[in-house]
Write a protein that binds this ligand. Structure first.
Ligand SMILES: Nc1nc2c(c(=O)[nH]1)N[C@H]1C(S)=C(S)[C@@H](COP(=O)(O)O)O[C@H]1N2
Ligand SMILES: [Mo]
Length: 547
C-alpha cells in the first residue's frame, strides 16, 4: 500500500514535469515564430508588459520602492515562477482530470493573445506566435499525459504488492518481469509508454530550452547591434553650446554633481525590454491637425541643426527628498521648428507624442511652440549619443513639465490634437493630463539618518524651479529661524542649482529642514501631497545624528 502511494507520487511528479515541459515548448515555439513573423508577439514579454499596464499604481510604487532599478527583473522572475507553478498544475490536471490541463494551456494561450493584440501598435501578425505556441504546447501535453497514464496504470496494476481493489486481470496479465520474457524486439506496452514518455520529455525539454534561449539570444543580438550602431553614430557639432558660469558647481562632498552622469541618471519607463530602434530606419511622423503630414528621417532631423541645452528632467513619481530627477546637457533640435514643417492648425491645443513601444504623453501645444521655451527633440545627452535606455535615437525633453507628460523616449510620432480628443498613457491611470513641475528642493548631505561628527559641516543639496528659476533656498535647524543658503551660479532657469549652509553641528539629534523660493517670489508648498495625480509637495525635514 505504502509502495503504491509512493508509486502514484512518482507519477504526479512526472505529470508536473510534463506540464512544465509543455509550457516550455509553448513559450519556445512562440518565441521562435515571433522571431520569424512578428517580433512583438513574444508572449512572455507581452504578458509582462500587460501586467505593467494593468497593475494598480500603489503596487507599481511598491515594486519600484522594493526592487528599484530591478523592478522589471523582479516582475519577470515573478512571472517565470508563476508560469512554473501553473504549468506544473496543468500537467497534473491533464494526468488526473483529462483534458483540464490542455484546457488550462488553451486559456493561457488566449490570455497571451489578448495581451499581445491589445498592445498599442501591435502588428496584425502578432497573434500568430502565441497561437503557434499554444498548439505546440497542447500537442506535447496531450501526448505526454497519455503516455504517462498508460505507463502508470500498467505499472501500478502490475506492482508486486497489489491491493485488494486492484484489477486481478491486469495484475496477472502484466507482470513486472514481462519485458524480459518478451521475444526480441518487442516490449510490454508499459515499457514502450515509459520509454516514449521520457524520450519525448527529454527531446521536448531540451529543444524548448535550446530554441527559447537561442531565440532570445538572437533578439539580444539585435539589441547589441543597435548598441554598435549607436556607438558608430556621428552627430553633427552643436550650433550653440551651453556656457557654464563660474561658480556653477560647488565643491562639497556628498552634494549631487551639477550634471548627472548618464550611468547614474534615473530611469523611469514602462518598457520591459529597452526598445531597439535603428536610426537608419527610424521615422518621425508629424500628423493630426496639421496643414501637411510630415515624415522625417534621422538625417533630416539632425540636418536641421542641433544645439546644446541644459535642462533638469523631473519625474512626477519623485517623492519629497527623492532622487527621480537629473540634470543633463542635451543635444537636440527645437520642437517648434519641427512642428512648423507640418503647420499645426488653429484649434489644436495638445501634442500627443508616441513612442515605438506604445507609450504616449500629452503636452500642451504652447509648451512646444513658445519661442521662449527650449522644448527639444534630443539626440545627445552629456556629450554622448542618447543612451538606449534614455530613448535612442530620439526623445523629447521639455523644461518645466514632468517626464510623463513631455519626455517621450524612442519617439515615433507627434500627433497635433486636442486635450478633448485624445488622452495619454498615464491619464486614465490616475494622473493629470497636464503636469507642470512643482518647484522643490532636496537635502543631499548629511544624508537622512546618517551619523556625523560634531563640528562645522556643510548642509547642502539642490533646488529646481524649471522655466522660472530659484531665487533662494532656506534652511532651518531644529525648527529655528530660516537662514538663507548660498547658491551656486545658475546655468539657466531650466536647471537645478546647488545650495549650502555651514552648520556648527553639536552632539545630539537635530532636524534639518529645507525649502526654496522661486523667482516669482512663491515659497515652496509646505503641505505634503502624494505623487498622484500631479506631483508631490512638502518641505523635506530630516533627522541627523551628531556624535
Ligand atoms: N517611451 C517612454 N517614454 C517615457 C516614459 C515611458 O514609460 N515610455 N516615461 C516617461 C517618464 S514618467 C519620465 S519621468 C521620463 C524619464 O526619462 P529617463 O528614463 O530618461 O530619466 O521619461 C518619460 N518618457
Ligand atoms: Mo516620470
Amino acid at each position: 500500500m505504502a509502495n503504491e502511494r509512493t508509486g502514484r507520487r512518482k507519477f504526479w511528479f512526472w505529470a508536473a514535469v510534463s506540464g512544465v515541459v509543455s509550457a516550455g515548448v509553448f513559450l519556445a515555439a512562440a518565441e521562435l515564430v515571433a522571431l520569424l513573423v512578428a517580433p512583438d508577439g513574444s508572449p512572455i514579454l507581452a504578458v509582462g508588459s500587460f501586467v505593467i499596464d494593468i497593475v494598480p499604481q500603489p503596487f507599481k510604487e511598491f515594486a519600484i520602492a522594493t526592487f528599484g532599478e530591478y523592478d522589471k527583473v523582479a516582475l519577470l522572475v515573478g512571472l517565470a515562477l508563476a508560469v512554473l507553478v501553473a504549468s506544473a498544475v496543468a500537467g497534473l490536471l491533464q494526468y488526473l482530470r483529462r483534458p483540464l490541463g490542455v484546457v488550462a494551456l488553451v486559456i493561457a494561450g488566449g490570455v497571451s493573445v489578448a495581451a499581445i493584440v491589445t498592445r498599442a501598435g501591435a502588428s496584425p501578425f502578432a497573434a500568430i506566435p502565441p497561437i503557434a505556441g499554444t498548439i505546440a504546447g497542447c500537442l506535447i501535453l496531450w501526448f505526454l499525459a497519455t503516455r504517462l497514464r498508460r505507463w502508470s496504470s500498467a505499472s501500478i496494476h502490475s506492482a508486486p504488492q497489489v491491493s485488494a481493489d486492484t484489477e486481478p486481470v491486469a495484475a496477472t496479465a502484466q507482470p513486472v518481469e514481462r519485458p524480459t520474457v518478451h521475444p526480441k524486439g518487442t516490449a510490454a506496452p508499459a515499457t514502450v509508454d515509459r520509454r516514449m514518455f521520457f524520450r519525448v520529455t527529454a527531446i521536448a525539454g531540451a529543444s524548448a530550452l535550446i530554441i527559447g534561449v537561442g531565440a532570445r539570444a538572437v533578439i539580444n543580438a539585435t539589441a547589441g547591434s543597435i548598441s554598435a550602431v549607436r556607438k558608430a553614430l556621428n552627430l553633427p557639432a552643436p550650433r550653440t553650446v551651453v556656457t557654464i558660469p563660474a561658480g556653477a558647481e560647488l565643491d562639497i562632498p556628498g552634494i549631487s554633481p551639477l550634471f548627472t552622469p548618464n550611468a547614474d541618471f534615473y530611469r523611469v519607463d514602462t518598457a520591459l525590454t529597452v526598445p531597439s530602434v535603428d536610426p537608419g530606419t527610424w521615422r518621425l511622423v508629424i500628423d493630426g491637425m496639421v496643414d501637411q503630414r510630415v515624415e522625417l528621417t534621422f538625417d533630416d532631423l539632425v540636418g536641421m541643426g542641433v544645439n546644446e541645452y541644459a535642462i533638469t528632467l523631473t519625474c512626477v513619481s519623485n517623492e519629497v527628498g527623492g532622487d527621480l530627477l537629473g540634470n543633463a546637457v542635451w543635444l537636440g533640435v527645437p520642437i517648434r521648428e519641427v512642428l512648423k514643417l507640418a503647420g499645426p492648425k488653429s484649434g489644436a491645443d495638445m501634442v500627443l507624442s508616441r513612442s515605438i513601444d506604445g507609450f504616449t504623453a500629452s503636452t500642451p501645444l504652447e509648451s512646444l511652440t513658445d519661442d521662449g521655451l527650449d522644448a527639444i527633440l534630443a539626440v545627445g545627452m552629456n556629450g554622448e549619443t542618447l543612451p538606449l535606455e534614455h530613448g535612442f535615437p530620439v526623445r523629447m525633453v521639455v523644461p518645466g513639465l514632468y517626464g510623463y507628460v513631455s519626455a517621450t523616449k524612442w519617439l515615433s510620432e507627434l500627433k497635433v490634437t486636442t486635450f478633448d480628443a485624445d488622452e495619454a498613457y498615464w491619464t486614465p491611470r490616475g494622473y493629470s493630463a497636464k503636469a507642470p513641475v512643482k518647484f522643490s528642493s532636496r537635502l543631499d548631505t548629511p544624508r537622512t539618518g546618517e551619523a556625523i561628527p560634531a563640528g562645522r559641516t556643510p548642509v547642502a543639496g539642490v533646488a529646481w524651479a524649471q522655466t522660472v528659476g530659484i531665487d533662494r533656498v532656506e534652511v532651518s535647524i531644529d525648527d529655528g529661524d530660516w537662514q538663507a543658503a548660498t547658491l551656486s551660479s545658475p546655468i539657466n532657469e531650466d536647471t537645478w542649482v546647488q545650495w549650502f549652509v555651514d552648520w556648527d553641528a553639536t552632539v545630539g539629534t537635530h532636524y534639518v529642514a529645507v525649502r526654496a523660493v522661486n523667482k516669482n517670489g512663491d515659497v515652496q508648498i509646505e503641505e505634503r501631497a502624494p505623487i498622484a495625480p500631479d506631483g508631490s509637495t512638502g518641505w523635506q525635514r530630516t533627522l541627523i545624528r551628531v556624535t
